[in-house]
Structure formats: C-alpha cells, structure tokens
Write a protein that binds this ligand. Structure first.
Ligand code: IPM
Ligand code: MN
Length: 351
C-alpha cells in the first residue's frame, strides 16, 4: 500500500476546526482508495508565538522538507501585530520551501451562491496561477527620514527572469495538461509598470512559441477585475504576479461563492507543497462549529492531486460539489444549515 507523510499546521482561530474536517475526509478517502497517510502535527501559529516569541523554530524548514505535503489551516491572531505571523510563518514557508506557484482555482459549484446575476457553473470555471516567491512580496524597500515630514517609503517589486519564466512555464504546462479550452491569459499592467511587466510580457511571448496548441492573450489587472464581474466566462487560466494574484483571487473567491469554498495550493513542483483554505483564521467564529470546512476539504483534494492520488482528489471534489448543490442553504459561516462537523460528515458519507 502506498504511504504518504503529511505535515499538519492547524494554526489559529477556526484553522483547527476546518483542518479536523479535512483530516476526517482524508482518513475516509484513503481507506476507499487504498493508500495510507501518516500525519504529524505542528503547533506553529499565534498562540505559540504569544507563549514563546518565536514564529518558526530554525529546524522547521529542514523538517518540513521531509514530508510529501503540508496541510495548513489558517495563520492570524487578533493579539499579534499584523505582519508578524504572516511574514514569520506563512510567507517564510512559501519562500523557504520555494513554493513558487500559488494555484487558485475559481469554480462555481452552484449558481445559487454566485453574487453575479445570471452566471452559472459553466461561466465561472477558471484557475489563477499566482507567482508566489517574488514581486512586491520580496520585502525589498526602505524608509528614508522616517518620522519626519520628508519621509519616503519605497517598496520594490522584484522580478527575476528565472522567477518569471518558471511561473509562466508552469502556467503553460498546467493549461496544456489540465484544461479543455487551453486558453492562457497574462494579467499585468504593461501600460504603467513598464519594467516589471515588460519582462513578464517578453517572457510570456517567448515561452508561448513552444505551445502552439495554447491560445494566449493579455489583460491589464484593472480590466481583469472588471471582466471577473462582467464576463468571467472569458477566462480559462490566468497567470499573474504575486500582488495582483493576491488581489484578484479574493474577488475570484467571492464570485465562486465566498471564502467558505475557496482553496489554494502553494506549490513547489520539485519539492514540498502546502495546501490551505484561502480565507483567514476568522477569530470571531472560533470554537462555534459554524465555519464552512469545504475550502479546507477542497484544499485536501488539491493536496492529494499534487501527490498523485488523482482518484481520491476527484472523489472529494465531487462530494463537495454534491453537498453544495443538494444540502447547503448558504456557504457562509453560520448560514449553511449545518455545523462545521456535520458538513465534514456529509462529505464523508457521499464519498
Ligand atoms: C493570501 C493571504 C496572504 C497573502 C497574507 C495572509 C500574507 O492574503 O494567502 O492570499 O497576502 O498572500
Ligand atoms: Mn490574499
């Protein structure tokens, strides 16, 4: 029997509640599909930081590299200053494990949950490939004359040819292997950010020559947000940089029904990848058993797909889809008509 090792970081707030449901589904699907998963829990997060003043121990990265994948709940604590846990845990894991792709599918399961008029599951079915290791997230910049009236703050978008090219290549390969329509859109800002996006555009056009079967186009990021609302059916796969990808995928999550259903993967195609629901730790719902675990459950499906358990991934996704279509009253916390635990049970039952 195939055996996998999965590191589990439940994290803060409602993270542990949704992770519990994801692991419940993993247990059931692995029995059905005939593979075995050993899970090892790590307590990284706000609570640990408040106790120890440490975000990640130095040994963490080396240790995590030994796993087949990482399953993450949520990082973020109301008593910790913004930025500390984000930079110290989430971004550090993404960077140090070189998870240079953030893969975020945007798929509407049921038109009842779309805030847009007259859009159906056929209209909203695309994937955002977000660069996950560079750009504005690199943390380059400085203050000058801090605290004075002449203060200047700079924040640099750092784009390397290698970083841009590996992301674009991943997007082309992904489109070729996984999508029927085979259409790839570069989303940028070539009209204003003329250094960074010139590099992206040149690289995109060069790589495109190797993929004659893929239809390519370009949209500015501002227009992209407009099309997400007006004509989301135009998109198949979108590739973009770290910052733009962060912004457009929150909008993407909303048009697919909200954070309750949005999952994503931080992928190192040559190393260890990490999967998470893309919403935050939702502190105000903590401990109430009302948060929607489907985003975490769908993140588990993405994890299994990445490690090669395609059938198990399909099983979970189909069950999640069925539950959304036939059971849930709403996808938002507290409005589903079921508790967190019950939604997990429903998915398990329909596997
Ligand atoms: C996300 C989040 C993170 C990001 C934050 C929490 C650092 O918003 O995963 O999209 O900006 O990437
Ligand atoms: Mn975000």
């Amino acid at each position: 029997m195939k055996k996998y090792k999965i590191a589990v970081i439940s994290g803060d707030g409602t993270g542990p509640e949704v992770v519990t449901e994801g692991l419940k589904v993993l247990e059931a699907v692995s029995q059905k599909s005939g593979f075995n998963c050993e899970t090892v829990k790590y307590d990284f997060g706000g609570a640990r930081y408040l106790k120890t003043q440490e975000t990640l121990p130095d040994s963490a990265i080396a240790e995590l590299k030994k796993f087949d994948a990482i399953y993450l709940g949520a990082i973020g604590h109301p008593d910790v200053k913004p930025g500390i846990l984000e930079k110290g845990i989430l971004l550090r894991l993404r960077f140090d494990l070189d998870q240079y792709i953030n893969l975020r599918p945007v798929q509407l399961y049921d038109e009842r949950f779309c805030p847009l008029k007259n859009k159906t599951p056929e209209d909203i079915d695309f994937v955002v490939v977000r660069e996950n290791s560079e750009g504005l997230y690199k943390g380059m910049g400085e203050f000058k004359d801090k605290g004075t009236p002449n203060e200047v703050a700079t924040q640099i978008s750092y784009n390397t040819r290698k970083g841009v090219e590996r992301c674009i290549r991943y997007a082309f390969e992904y489109t070729k292997k996984n999508r029927k329509r085979k259409q790839l859109t570069l989303c940028g800002k070539t009209n204003v950010l003329t250094y960074a996006w010139n590099l992206w555009e040149r690289t995109f056009q060069e790589v495109a020559k190797e993929y004659s079967d893929i239809q390519t186009n370009y949209t500015h990021v501002d227009a992209t947000t407009m099309w997400f609302v007006k004509n989301p059916e135009w998109f198949d796969v979108i590739v973009t940089d770290n910052m733009f990808g962060d912004i457009i995928t929150d909008l993407g999550a909303m048009i697919q029904g909200g954070m309750g259903i949005a999952a994503g993967g931080n992928i190192n195609p040559e190393g260890v990848s990490m999967f998470e629901p893309i919403g935050g730790s939702a502190p105000k719902y903590t401990g109430q058993n009302v948060i929607n675990p489907l985003a975490a459950i769908c993140a588990m499906a993405m994890l299994l797909r990445q490690i090669g358990e395609t059938k198990a991934a399909d099983l979970i996704e189909n069950s999640a889809k069925l539950i959304v279509r036939t059971k849930l009253k709403d996808l938002a916390a507290g409005k589903m008509g079921y508790s967190t635990t019950q939604v997990g049970d429903l998915v398990v039952k329909s596997l």
